[in-house]
Write a protein that binds this ligand. Sequence first.
Ligand SMILES: CC(C)(COP(=O)(O)OP(=O)(O)OC[C@H]1O[C@@H](n2cnc3c(N)ncnc32)[C@H](O)[C@@H]1OP(=O)(O)O)[C@@H](O)C(=O)NCCC(=O)NCCS
Length: 233
Amino acid sequence: MLIDHWPLLGLRLNTPRLELRLPSGEELAELADLAAVGVHEPDRMPFSVPWTDLPPTERARSVVQHHWLRLGNWAPDDWALNLAVFEQGRIVGLQTIAARNYAAVREVSTGSWLGLRHQGRGIGTEMRAAVLHLAFAGLDAAEATSGAFIDNPSSFRVSTKLGYEPDGVERLVVRDRVTVLRRLRISRARWEAHRNTEVSISNLTPLPAAARAAGQDTGSVRHSGPFAAAARG
Ligand SMILES: CC(C)(COP(=O)(O)OP(=O)(O)OC[C@H]1O[C@@H](n2cnc3c(N)ncnc32)[C@H](O)[C@@H]1OP(=O)(O)O)[C@@H](O)C(=O)NCCC(=O)NCCS
């Protein structure tokens, strides 16, 4: 079965309202349809790669291709998990968690979007809380980062609500204009102090965090878990 070769297909994150998991082919098509309908007002651009400027059909295809790309070029030292977000079985958006050199650095970054009609109801906060739980509770992360352009108060607010702190700025060129990105960062201690969303993780192979708590030596493969297994699969 496919899941034997790619165990991450079994991973589930559940919050009171949401389920986050890899989508099936047809669900990926639904996610693409959602992007085609709209992710934000056209007068602003919340992404450093302005993929939402594409016409709807190409924008939808780019969602599909980007999903396959990140599965196809998965590597233990450079991975991105694009989790579809479901509310009552209906796909509402995408939550990404990614890392480079995770086994050594133990830091993840996140990115996300919701279909326009699903925004402003707390889903963005709940899905970010889900992947923070995966990072800190599931993968024993030390820190997580995010970022939002200065004209994106909702993304910034999601981060600060969850306990992120300012981490400087970056000046980027987007749509041929210099734009300021406010970087944000959350430590394990801040996550523990602010967490207030119930999150459960299913089908993540027991990870070194648990082994260490039990006083076992985790060796040099620590924090790779099923992420490394998937890369080999
Ligand atoms: C960013 C995004 C994922 C957030 O998801 P969401 O479900 O809309 O966010 P939530 O409802 O959980 O929280 C939004 C918060 O921002 C606040 N907010 C919204 N607009 C605001 C404004 N103009 N000024 C200040 N705060 C604002 C909301 O009041 C809410 O905070 P509260 O819970 O304290 O009231 C979603 O809006 C989205 O997909 N936007 C377009 C794509 C995008 O920007 N992606 C992120 C790129 S960094």
